[in-house]
Design a protein around this ligand. Structure first.
Ligand code: SF4
Ligand code: SF4
Length: 115
């Protein structure tokens, strides 16, 4: 499942550079599916379009981009690094490991990790 950030976030910014999918954004920032992924514009979708921020006050995670770090790391990197433990599993976005692998391939076009 995707990870989510709770209101306990202190906006330290430590998690953002750790995400291999660039799924984490600062509050108030617009985001794109193409940020940090291999997705390109095609007839079906345009991942380069900027989307509205999901939160204006604290960091937020885009569920469509979060793979729980599957395909890159053994554990979710934001969960490990967050100093106030406010990165937690999002029960509303449950996905199997298989689904997370498929999402990783969708986002990056390959199963192989970059590290
Ligand atoms: Fe990014 Fe991994 Fe955190 Fe998901 S679990 S937001 S992929 S660092
Ligand atoms: Fe917020 Fe935790 Fe990320 Fe810091 S590491 S910005 S406290 S979610």
């Amino acid at each position: 499942m995707s990870i989510k950030i709770t209101e306990k976030c202190i906006n330290c910014g430590a998690c953002e550079p750790e995400c291999p999918n660039q799924a984490i954004y600062e509050g108030g920032k617009k985001w794109r599916m193409s940020d940090g992924t291999s997705l390109k514009k095609n007839k079906m979708l345009d991942p380069t379009i900027f989307q509205k921020p999901k939160d204006n006050n604290i960091y937020f995670i885009i569920p469509e981009k979060c793979t729980e770090c599957v395909g890159f790391y053994d554990e979710p990197q934001c969960v490990i690094i967050c100093p106030v433990k406010c990165c937690i599993p999002d029960q509303n976005n449950y996905e199997t490991k298989e689904k997370l692998f498929q999402k990783k391939i969708f986002l990056h076009g390959t199963l192989h990790s970059r590290n």
